[in-house]
Design a protein around this ligand. Structure first.
Ligand SMILES: CC(C)(COP(=O)(O)OP(=O)(O)OC[C@H]1O[C@@H](n2cnc3c(N)ncnc32)[C@H](O)[C@@H]1OP(=O)(O)O)[C@@H](O)C(=O)NCCC(=O)NCCS
Length: 444
């Protein structure tokens, strides 16, 4: 049912016309907003995106690989007919509808946004604003309740109603000092080929993903990036792949890492974990234990881990790990009632919510009633009508609602930061809270 809805929304979003409001705003500045459709247009668009992200010009092989692997993405460009090469877009955005895991384990449709770039010759003229706002309006009109993205700079997307809902952690571990005090699982750890990792990872991720709030259904091509199996992959041979098989013979975990030699002290080289996918606590422990015990390694690095990563409690010396918290997965609510009814809650209660939305997509007033099982229903709360007796008032912006939506940030923290108000902070924070930190394990 969920996947039918997702597939149908995704198909309609891919071919929906561009947003008229953004198109006419750009036209007033002599620019054209267009869907990218042909292969030539896609190649020119890909080159503009690569330049925008400070990358090198794409080879013919790379362009072909992108074309083959990105058919699921809608690509939109902004064109300047007065430029010497008008076929090269001066602005780009990509988006596709996929599934996001929310508290309680439901998978809600989200517009995944990516590849937002504007040529340095055309920046600060409102092109990115027109692109992002236009794609949000298009998705909202189709009935997509959420949008989400990962960002190059933290300060870019709050103005469009995106909130940093999933903070994650980056780790640098002095593995010699750490000392393992975690479990010693009964299964086995084996090196496998990158091709085998590529083959096993999608199904394993889809077993794990519905249990991890904040994770997305992963586009298939992303696995080739993790496994280095894209034809255009750089230094793919550096990637080492490992699997964990439980005592019953089932593959429960996969690990990908690469090593950078320390030429000054070979025995203090660095191992960087790019993927640690574990279906059970045993698989999780066994793979960490393996990587922390590697010979010739003095430092293990890993990022996009949960802020509550259990590894902290599996090492004897916590100060052997330098842990940094970073904003990672940003969420934008496009339909407040659908988003609120889609997730579960930390405690029963009645919240009278006033949500402001500077873009006018989904602001308004609603009553959220949460039952003893954590299920929420949303009722209209018309302007001028009194809130239900006993309801806890919560007033906040759509960005702030997004920040607390996945339970990764407490409403109490936002109230303390002056970014939300409520008549009963402890109660509202308990209702909106969730018992596990969200995570997103990759960039997109
Ligand atoms: C970020 C980028 C897309 C902005 O494009 P742009 O067309 O110059 O942006 P706009 O003119 O539409 O600006 C929209 C708003 O963002 C602000 N803004 C844009 N770039 C900003 C930056 N780098 N830092 C802070 N604010 C920025 C503008 O001041 C403007 O603010 P306001 O409308 O609220 O007053 C462009 O600079 C770029 O391509 N950067 C490199 C690639 C990148 O990092 N992309 C983002 C990927 S997540």
């Amino acid at each position: 049912m969920v996947s039918d809805t997702l597939a149908s929304l995704a198909a309609r979003q891919r071919t929906a016309p561009v947003d008229e409001e953004s198109a006419s705003r750009l036209a007033a500045g002599g620019l054209e907003l267009r869907l990218v459709t042909t292969d030539d247009e896609r190649d020119a668009w890909t080159q503009s995106v690569a330049r925008g992200f400070l990358d090198t010009e794409r080879s013919a092989e790379q362009l072909a690989a992108v074309r083959e692997r990105s058919t699921y993405r809608r690509a939109v460009g902004v064109y300047d007919p007065s430029a010497p090469e008008p076929a090269a877009p001066v602005g780009s955005v990509a988006g596709w509808v996929t599934g996001l895991t929310v508290p309680g384990g439901a998978t809600l449709p989200t517009l995944a946004v990516s590849s937002v770039t504007v040529a340095a010759t055309h920046h600060r003229r409102g092109i990115a604003r027109a692109l992002v706002e236009g794609e949000l309006r298009t998705a909202a009109a189709l009935g997509v309740p959420l949008a989400s993205l990962t960002v190059s700079e933290s300060q870019l997307y709050g103005r469009y109603g995106f909130g940093a809902a999933v903070p994650v952690t980056s780790w640098r571990i002095d593995n010699r000092r750490a000392g393992w005090i975690g479990p010693d699982p009964a299964g086995r750890v084996d090196f496998v080929s990158r091709e085998r990792l590529r083959e096993l990872a999608p199904a394993l991720h889809e077993r794990v993903r519905p249990r991890v709030v904040g994770e997305l259904v992963l586009p298939d091509g992303q696995w080739d990036t993790f496994a280095g199996t894209r034809p255009d992959a750089k230094q793919a041979g550096k990637i080492r792949a490992v699997q964990y098989t439980d005592a019953a013979g089932e593959v429960r975990g996969l690990l990908a890492y690469s090593v950078d030699e320390n030429l000054a002290d070979y025995a203090r080289s660095t191992a960087t974990v790019s993927l640690l996918l574990a279906d059970t606590p045993d698989a999780h422990a066994a793979l960490w234990r393996f990587v922390l015990g590697l010979d010739l390694i003095g430092e293990v690095r890993a990022s996009e881990l949960s802020v509550d990563e259990p590894l902290r409690w599996m090492i004897a010396d916590q100060r052997a790990a330098h842990v940094e918290v970073v904003d990672h997965h940003y969420v934008r609510i496009l339909d407040v009632p659908a988003a609120l009814e889609g997730r579960c809650y930390g405690a029963p209660g009645v919240l009278a919510l006033e949500v402001t939305d500077p873009l006018g997509i989904t602001g308004g007033r609603w009553v959220l009633r949460v039952d003893d099982g954590g299920r929420g229903v949303v009722e209209a709360w018309p302007d001028g009508a009194a809130a239900p007796a006993g309801a806890t008032a919560v007033s906040l912006g759509v960005t702030e609602l997004a920040i607390v939506y996945l339970g990764g940030v407490s409403l109490a923290t936002l109230v303390a930061a002056g970014r939300a108000t409520t008549s009963d902070m402890a109660h509202a924070a308990r209702v909106l809270g969730w018992h596990e930190a969200p995570r997103l394990s990759f960039w997109y």
